[in-house]
Write a protein that binds this ligand. Sequence first.
Ligand code: C5J
Length: 221
Amino acid sequence: MGIIKARPFDVTLVPDKTALVVIDMQRDFIEPGGFGATLGNDVTLLQAIIPATARLIDGFRRAGLPVIHTRECHAPDLSDCPPAKLTRGKPSLRIGDPGPMGRILIAGEAGADIVAALYPLPGETVIDKPGKGAFYATPLGDILKAKGIAQLVFAGVTTEVCVQTTMREANDRGYECLLATDATESYFPDFKKAAIDMITAQGAIVGWAATVDEIVEALDA
Ligand code: C5J
């Protein structure tokens, strides 16, 4: 695998030690009528990264490296959703309420599933997570350890919430983290830029950033 021309400096991904983590590319965040839309957000911003994210996933599949998908969702009885999360904000529909794609952010409902264009292949790991970070209350750490993974490439939504939270969790656990800048998005473009700046500042304090083309070129090398 080649060197990636990343920010703030080049990074080399080690074959067999690298996995892709695609965060929460779910209908509830990306399609009209889901959780993101009920919070008053413009979901078309997030739809725009689907083609770049698909190219990144294809690059990992071609290289034979693991692709891990996450979904932010809760048990139907909401036993894993703290009241502080349930009552936060002023959405038109709260978590668990019935919406056009089933109950909002509930495991097994159509809205909680991953968008068709990025759907996991049989055998790929799918992690359901009740929090913003993908390590909290999930088997992700054990799965990565079993696969011998040391480096993680991140894509998905939203940049400053679930993606950045998971990158910080991973960084604290000793993983080298690289964010694919055109395969992540926020409902707030300024927040995306700020998150990437925060991640890469101070000599990659949380991790590196590179484009999908830069990453796929290295995977194909
Ligand atoms: C949010 C996420 N923004 N996946 N979830 O609530 O970033």
